[in-house]
Design a protein around this ligand. Sequence first.
Ligand SMILES: *Cc1c(COP(=O)(O)O)cnc(C)c1O
Length: 347
Amino acid sequence: MKAETKLVAGTPPALDRATVHAYRENQPGPFYYQREAHPVGLEAEQRLSELEGGEALLFPSGMGAVTALCLALLEPGARVAVADGGYYGTVGLLRGELARWGLQVSVFDQTGEPPEAELVWLEPCSNPMLTFPDIAHVCERVHAAGGRVLVDNTVLSPLLLRPLEHGADLVLHSASKILAGHHDALLGVVACADQEAAARLRAFRNASGIVAAPDPVWLLLRGMKTLGLRAERQSASALELARRLAGHPAVATVRYPGLGDAVADRYVSAYGPLLSFDVADGEAAAAVERGLRLIENATSLGGVASTLEARARWEGERVPPGLLRLSAGLEDVEDLWADLQQALAAA
Ligand SMILES: *Cc1c(COP(=O)(O)O)cnc(C)c1O
């Protein structure tokens, strides 16, 4: 059965908010205290595990998942090599807060050879530079040197890419993005290829209390019912907009793997909602932001409503000053293009 069919099947789960379930015959059941496990969480984890093909655990945010994963699975002094041009929050957390706990963090070009490290961190369709690594090749190299590979699969979702099938050891998601899909739930996920890592992470989650509450998880389950449709439609719109932007006189560079990336083509047949493009400078980028009438000038990605922003606002000199990041939503693509055209006319 196709993953999409399994996602839409069935009636909605009950939203059980209980933090405590009574013992039966003075024995704790599968649910006795919410920090350990709760019914909505278990259902979502089962669905995510099936989608990714490895044991999945929920966390209260993507960054919560990054924190738990590093503290649970790495030792002080471990070397972590993160994809250059990847999510700035990840690089910032690793280099800032977690470096204080002894992690040695380096940044590398994920389209080339990986450096030696205990953990190599890939991001296909990196956010916002849109580079795509040769996942299987990197896994081979890293495994030969005794390391592990994590793939941040936030941008593509398991419907477009299943990294564990290509040799990755760990998959991470900000489920706040395309998985939940409606900009109304903050969550994170880690899926593990081996059960030992999953058990270690589960024990750490319970001990640390970095746990996801039932309400956002219920919204995640609701959102995932349409994940197949959304991933397909958003990818189609993003590809069309990328093609048209590439021919626009005010646009210098368009980044989208669907425009011709031989490595990406070996792994995926649709390229997700996220693209970025450059206008002349920071001022031109601000003019485009102000000129939008339909597309939300807002951060984040993967929602049903399209969002666009100048990333230099957050990332400073890590990105070109005129870089605009766009996440295609479910609006009619002609309406989206009309909005971009009129906003670009102001730039
Ligand atoms: C947003 C994002 C994160 C962080 O997730 P939060 O849910 O915002 O904590 C991590 N990785 C990528 C690629 C992201 O886009």
